[in-house]
Design a protein around this ligand. Structure first.
Ligand code: FAD
Length: 409
């Protein structure tokens, strides 16, 4: 029997971030993943500056820099409205973050995280180890049962993605179509007109979702579309993707000579953070997609996986420190809710109906594209380089201070 302080299902972003944070706190961790690394993960690969800051702290950026061509920096966001208005904003150097934004293939990014976990004495990493259920002693989880045996621990973290077996065991799965999206992507070579900005294309038929073109190398791009689950199923998504590549007037011309890399067209769910449920039960915590933490407006999940994994680890370290294990879920809920809920999820969910309205979106993008400083602010907010609440400055730069204080934003 193998016994640890914490057993983690899933060694993606959330699982590795949790494991490395726990190990730094001197705790012994079993980290289990069904895959063999490097492994593919369906993603747009857009890593915001907020995510790079955490990756830097975990020692991962250093590894990525050693791999030539692994990171494609981007320095702005270009938005295309349903009626053809174009807004090009550049990131400012004075935002929240000091690190840069990149497009990084997830097979490389996740492999670098895993290699940091592998080299840590306090982490036992088991790949090709599929978790199938929690081991219970009455109401309390005492470990995880997996394909290569049983792993016992005082706490368990489910960081095993959108189809999380741990979340299923706890019956905390986000099936609510209002808080759930689906996206599909493929890599293309020979794409023309790529710049050092990521592109988001708001097409009438996709709202409040969008299509994207992210520069992933010289004339290479990660191209995809993402939609709210209530508007589509997976088949609809593939059709939508085909139309985006072939018919969108701002994309089709640049994709004429493009070649899709074989077997890269894949879809995957996005469980959105607006889903209102506790992220765990008793001594089991859910992090990353397993806990439904993705930004409901932008679809950014990398930052929220890294950060929720870290919060899960901090909650556990604190409960152990205080010798009050039963407080762990309360600590975790306090941590993630204080950063994500009021600032990202609630306003995000409130904005969604407006983003579904093509006329509203058109008006907004025309207004924002009218002045470069407005476009830069919008780019900074989408690029997670400024707080969402700073968008108030778009309408009145003098309005922000007192009003934001009043709303405690
Ligand atoms: C098409 C698409 C595009 C996206 N684009 C972006 C983007 O550009 N930027 C962004 O920030 N976010 C993006 N996201 C969201 C982002 O990909 C996720 O939020 C993020 O990967 C979540 O990380 P995670 O660690 O929670 O889960 P994952 O990365 O899914 O990791 C889960 C891990 O658990 C393992 N696992 C699963 N089942 C088991 C099991 N039974 N036993 C053991 N291990 C198991 C898996 O092998 C995997 O390694 C996108 C999502 C999609 C679908």
């Amino acid at each position: 029997m193998q016994s640890y302080d914490v057993v983690i299902s899933g060694a993606g972003l959330a699982g590795c971030s949790a494991a490395l944070t726990l190990a730094r706190n001197g705790l012994r961790v079993a980290l289990l993943d069904k895959a063999r690394f490097p492994r593919e993960k369906v993603c747009g690969d857009g890593v915001t500056a907020a995510s790079s800051t955490i990756l830097n702290d975990l020692g991962v950026m250093e590894l990525l820099r050693q791999r030539s061509g692994a990171m494609m920096p981007f320095r702005g966001v270009t938005l295309f409205s349903p009626f053809g208005t174009v807004m090009s904003g550049r990131f400012s150097a004075t935002g929240l973050q000091t690190d840069e934004s990149y497009v990084i293939s997830r097979s490389v990014l996740d492999e670098c995280l895993v290699s940091r976990a592998r080299e840590h004495d306090h982490i036992d990493f088991h790949e090709q180890t599929a978790v199938d259920r929690l081991i219970m002693d009455g109401r309390k989880a005492v470990g995880l049962s997996a394909s290569s045996g049983e792993f016992y621990g005082r706490f368990v973290i489910g960081a095993d993605g959108a189809y999380s077996p741990v979340a299923k065991n706890l019956k905390i799965v986000n099936h609510d179509k209002n808080h759930h999206a689906f996206a599909i992507r493929a890599y293309f070579s020979n794409v023309e007109g790529l710049t050092d900005s990521i592109e988001l294309h708001y097409e009438k038929s996709m709202l409040p979702g969008y299509g994207w073109v992210f520069p992933a190398g010289t004339m290479r791009a990660n191209v995809g579309v993402g939609l709210m689950t209530r508007f589509t199923d997976q088949r609809g998504l593939k059709r939508m993707f085909g139309r985006f590549i072939a018919d969108n007037p701002l994309v089709a011309g640049r994709m004429k000579k493009a070649v899709m890399e074989p077997e890269t067209l894949k879809a995957w769910p996005l469980p959105l953070g607006s889903f209102d449920a506790q992220r765990g039960r008793d001594n089991v915590l859910l992090a990353g997609d397993a806990g439904s933490f993705i930004d409901p407006v932008t679809g950014e999940g990398i930052y929220y996986a890294l950060k929720s994994g870290r919060y899960a680890a901090e909650a556990i370290a604190r409960a152990i420190d205080e010798k009050r294990d039963e407080q762990v879920l309360r600590h975790f809920e306090t941590l993630w809710r204080s950063e994500f809920l009021r600032r990202i999820y609630s306003p995000g969910y409130a904005i969604q109906p407006f983003l579904a309205n093509r006329f509203f979106l058109e008006g907004l993008l025309r207004y924002v594209s009218g002045k470069q400083h407005r476009a830069n602010l919008m780019a900074d907010v989408i690029g997670h380089n400024r707080k969402r609440s700073e968008l108030y400055q778009l309408f009145n730069p003098f309005f922000s201070g007192a009003f934001r204080k009043l709303l405690r934003l």
